[in-house]
Ligand binder design. Structure first.
Ligand code: ZN
Length: 150
């Protein structure tokens, strides 16, 4: 079972299912995950997950005309499970990961500085948030450049 083969299955599913189902399945994410799993040939867990995912996709493809909601859910759960392995073991981050973190850090700092330095929360908060967003966005962009985004 090779990478290209899995991509072909995904392509077939994508061409066949209805639009709402396509949205539910989130095949783009699925495809990114497949590629990442495939690249870690030395990680046993990744290889295992790759095979499992292939089985899931094969099953979906075999009755692509009538994919049930629970099957769709199963695939999504499996992808989430896989993503968490990639994040923990291989240091991948979700898109917008740093933005969310730094925005909240920025807001906390903004709040503190707003209260102490400026004696004005209304000024500190957006300033802190703005700086947080700037840092977070650049880290996200960096992660994306390095191919570390899922
Ligand atoms: Zn792995």
């Amino acid at each position: 079972m090779e990478n290209e083969h899995v991509k072909l299955i995904i392509k077939k599913i994508r061409e066949t299912v209805s639009k709402p189902m396509l949205k539910k399945l989130d095949l783009d994410k699925c495809e990114r995950v497949v590629e990442k799993l495939y690249s870690f040939t030395d990680c046993e867990e990744c290889q295992h997950l790759f095979h499992e995912l292939t089985n899931h996709l094969n099953q979906l493809e075999s009755n692509v005309d009538k994919i049930a909601d629970h099957e769709c859910k199963q695939l999504k759960q499996f992808i989430e499970h896989t993503v968490s392995h990639l994040q923990k073991k291989h240091k991948f981050v979700a898109e917008g990961h740093y933005l969310a973190i730094y925005m909240s850090i920025g807001m906390s700092f903004g709040l503190v500085f707003g209260l102490t330095l400026f004696d004005n929360i209304a000024m500190g908060l957006p300033l802190g948030m703005g700086i947080g967003i700037a840092i977070g966005a650049s880290l996200d962009a960096d992660a994306k450049n390095k191919g570390k985004t899922i």
